[in-house]
Ligand binder design. Structure first.
Ligand SMILES: NC(=O)c1ccc[n+]([C@@H]2O[C@H](COP(=O)([O-])OP(=O)(O)OC[C@H]3O[C@@H](n4cnc5c(N)ncnc54)[C@H](OP(=O)(O)O)[C@@H]3O)[C@@H](O)[C@H]2O)c1
Length: 246
């Protein structure tokens, strides 16, 4: 595995969680957001010498591998030219609302990662880190071979890119379960049993969508081994795309 620098586009909850884990695992990170590198000075200082801030285009260029941790609604603003030829981790989930609805996703014609791949036509998109919350990511990492090591699913159309991301997940302290092509990534998306729940246990009953998200954000991590992730992916039934908050 040759990834030494992770480019991070979007330094909100998910981007920052991935960056923290990456720095702790010994990688360098180049952080970016929509407001400009100067707004990331405190985070860079906190993460230390392996972190620096840049624009999204610079983070894309600098990353051996890049995570695009932005809202799906912003995916068309990802820097396509600088991401050409790169493996891009897509943790984005479709959250349709009155400002952002995609008929091809609503009809299940495409998965959200196929939509992202369509924009990033010259990159290799790998869906990963989308079904676990940042809190659990920062709790559940374990060394290779640990009996309670957690597994995360990934999907992508390019086998080499899938392997690259599996190796990265390994470095971050997780096993990977390869679900194959982006067209099948729905098996780990919202409205399937593999989405969030395996890593947090059972939420209280009767939560609204907003309350469920808030509950997951603070729930202690529960290890989910590869066999469990494989079993849940195989049993998944395709339902409506996306996580509707309104
Ligand atoms: N939160 C979760 O538990 C969770 C778990 C798994 C997956 N996800 C998915 O991961 C993605 C990120 O979620 P999040 O919770 O981290 O969101 P968030 O906290 O709202 O952060 C979003 C980040 O994206 C940046 N951004 C927005 N548009 C951008 C653009 N055009 N160029 C560069 N950066 C841009 C924002 O920049 P500014 O900071 O400058 O506004 C912010 O740093 C979403 O697609 C979400 O569905 C979330």
């Amino acid at each position: 595995m040759s990834t030494t620098t992770l480019g991070v586009i979007g330094t909100g909850m998910v981007g920052l969680g991935a960056a923290r884990r990456a720095v702790d695992a010994g990688l360098s990170v180049v952080l970016s957001n929509s407001r400009g590198p100067e707004t990331l000075a405190d985070l860079v200082a906190e993460l230390g010498e392996r972190a620096r801030a840049a624009t999204p285009a610079e983070a894309a260029s600098a990353g051996d591998l890049v995570i695009a941790a932005v809202p799906l609604a912003a995916h068309e603003r990802l820097p396509r030219a600088e991401l050409a030829g790169k493996t891009v981790i897509d943790p984005m989930n479709y959250a349709p609302n009155s400002d952002f609805e995609v008929p091809e996703l609503d009809s299940n014609e495409l998965t959200s990662s196929e939509l992202v791949q369509r924009h990033l036509a010259d990159a290799q998109v790998v869906k990963a880190l989308h079904n676990i919350g940042p809190k659990q990511l920062l709790e559940l990492f374990r060394p290779t071979g640990a009996p309670d090591r957690t597994a995360l699913p990934l999907s992508g159309d390019d086998p080499d890119a899938r392997k690259e991301v599996a190796d990265l997940l390994g470095l971050l302290g997780f096993d990977a379960v390869d679900l194959g092509a982006l067209a099948d990534s729905w098996r780990s998306e919202p409205n399937t049993p593999l989405y969030a729940l395996p890593y947090v246990g059972q939420p209280p009953s009767g939560l609204t969508a907003k309350e469920f998200v808030a509950w997951v954000q603070q729930a202690p991590g529960v290890p989910a081994p590869a066999a469990r992730v494989e079993e849940l992916a195989a049993a998944a039934v395709r339902g409506p795309a996306g996580f509707r908050m309104e």
